[in-house]
Design a protein around this ligand. Structure first.
Ligand code: SF4
Ligand code: SF4
Length: 193
């Protein structure tokens, strides 16, 4: 696999995905809370190794590959190491990899999915739901495949690029470590390191 070409193709999907979900949040009024980064502190957040390639390539290009491999060898937090907390309790903060963040980070706030009865359902982050209870109910009742960005649509798009993008999910720090290791090998064979 040409990791650079692959990362560019994936980044195009990411950009479109990010815009789609963000526009829906703005249009619906179900926006994230100002400065919030609470979901980034969830240690159960997962991504596949391939999903982290765009970030790993960026770190390679910035000459930070070894630094990040060392950090990931003994992580100082059990949640995403790219998260930079701005408050003591960690609830406020920013993503240090916003442009290259994986799919889960783009779709978590508000998205449509099929529940176990195959009914279309709106998934809304608990904090957004608590802040906008009436709006949440309104958009829940109007959920549809045509109007709501669906998890499954974007999963298919990623699977079309490579099925491994949606398989074998790992805790996000482990996924980034795996991607950095693959990118380091790639750079070695390409004479880039
Ligand atoms: S990649 Fe960014 S948005 Fe995703 S969990 Fe990490 S800090 Fe949060
Ligand atoms: S999805 Fe929820 S927890 Fe995550 S940043 Fe938005 S409001 Fe905060």
């Amino acid at each position: 696999m040409n990791i650079r070409d692959f990362s560019q193709d994936l980044q195009k999907i990411y950009d479109e995905m990010g815009n789609t979900f963000s526009l829906y949040q703005k249009a619906s009024g179900l926006s994230c809370l100002e400065g919030c980064g609470k979901c980034c502190t969830n240690p159960e957040l997962e991504a596949s190794v391939l999903e982290m390639f765009p970030l790993a390539v960026r770190l390679l290009d910035e000459g930070k590959l070894d630094e990040w491999l060392d950090k990931l060898e003994s992580p100082t937090q059990d949640f995403c190491l790219m998260y930079e907390a701005h408050s003591g309790d960690g609830k406020l903060g920013r993503c240090g990899a916003y442009n290259e963040r994986p799919s889960v980070c783009r779709m978590f706030g508000v998205s449509g999915y099929y529940d176990k009865h195959r009914e279309i359902t709106l998934s809304v982050c608990k904090l957004i739901r608590e802040k906008y209870p009436d709006l949440t109910k309104t958009w829940e009742s109007g959920v549809s495949e045509e109007k709501t960005p669906m998890l499954i649509t974007w999963s298919y798009q990623m699977a079309n690029l490579d099925p491994a993008l949606i398989q074998n999910k790992l805790p996000i720090n482990q996924a980034l470590k795996g991607a950095l290791e693959r990118v380091a090998l790639y750079a070695l064979y390409q004479g880039e390191s």
